[in-house]
Design a binder for this molecule. Structure first.
Ligand SMILES: O=C(O)CCC(=O)C(=O)O
Length: 312
């Protein structure tokens, strides 16, 4: 099992805003996880529109949250104290709070994922926490299939998390925002290799495209890191599981995107996000294992299965 991270990994991540961790979970475990992830996406409780009826940006990949409520195997990854501790190392905090988890699949054929930053959609406020500059949430994207070079995982602009604009709260920027602001970035061909560079924030920066991934390999990035992914031109799905962790003390923003208000309920704007949906994981005293502990989130699970989503 990989983890904890070395000091070098932590330093490199804080400089670049992204990293690759080979074998974050076992390959067999990852290949097995593809089944519930793809099933959850087929049954997607949040978006019932058929693929062909979706808008161009919704067709980039299929996505659905709360995998841990759906399958015990997902739950082991979402609540892994071992993985959470790695996120805490990157943030420099004693433990992290689960922000959310997600099933993601780029079907075949699937359009390229445009350049974007995730944090614009999140509606959280961490400015009072004194995190290392450019660090906010840690998003962990785990490949659930072997991905040959022509498919690959995601590409990142190194250092883009340190460029102005990541401490936003209102989600006013759209999917294509970064491409519109940085046309050279929009036109950058993908997959790029390590020699590609992008002009972002008044500076030429390296673009790193992680390719040739095996199931179980994972990329980590922050909410401010610009990233994109190549089209899936193969005949196979490209499933992934995502876990996103935030620093303890993170608040819901005063002006979050509308959808986040629903997701964060019953929390209201300005509240610290420390309810049962956001358990504390990966503290120094937690066992460094993938065995889910009994957490208050079980209350959320019971509420979910009984169809009452607001009672937790
Ligand atoms: O899977 C992809 O193509 C992109 C996913 C993504 O943007 C993310 O997980 O932050």
């Amino acid at each position: 099992m990989v983890g904890p991270l070395t000091e070098q990994q932590v330093d490199d991540f804080r400089r670049d805003g992204h990293m690759l961790v080979r074998g974050l979970i076992g390959r067999d475990q990852a290949l097995e996880l593809a089944e519930p992830i793809l099933r959850l996406l087929r049954e997607n409780p949040y978006d019932k529109r058929p693929w062909h009826e979706r808008g161009p940006y919704d067709r980039v990949y299929d996505i659905s949250g709360d995998t841990y409520l759906f399958d015990e195997r997902c739950r082991r990854v979402t609540f892994s104290d071992r993985i959470a501790r790695m996120a805490a190392q990157l943030l420099g905090t004693n433990g992290v709070r689960l922000f959310f988890d997600e099933a993601v699949n780029k079907p075949a054929p699937g359009a390229p994922t445009p350049w974007h930053r995730d944090g614009v959609f999140w509606g959280i406020d961490q400015r009072h926490l004194g995190l290392p500059w450019g660090m906010d949430c840690i998003r962990i994207w785990i490949a659930l299939a072997d991905l040959p070079p022509e498919v690959g995982g995601m590409a990142f602009v190194s250092g883009s998390h340190r460029v102005e604009g990541q401490h936003f709260t209102n989600g006013a920027w759209g999917w294509m925002h970064e491409g519109e602001r940085y046309p050279k970035l929009r036109d950058l061909p993908l997959p790029a290799d390590h020699r590609e560079r992008a002009w972002v924030g008044g500076k030429e920066r390296p673009v790193v495209n992680y390719t040739d991934l095996r199931a179980g390999d994972a990329t980590f990035h922050t909410g401010g890191t610009m990233h994109a992914a190549a089209a899936n031109a193969t005949m196979k799905n490209r499933p992934a599981m995502v876990v996103c962790h935030m620093a303890p003390g993170t608040r819901m923003a005063e002006d979050p995107p509308e959808i986040q208000r629903t997701i964060f309920a019953p929390a209201t704007p300005g509240d610290v996000l420390d309810g049962p949906k956001h358990p504390l994981l990966g503290t120094a005293s937690a066992p460094s294992s993938d065995q889910p502990r009994h957490l208050a989130t079980d209350a959320a699970r019971v509420a979910h299965t009984s169809g009452n989503e607001n009672s937790d």
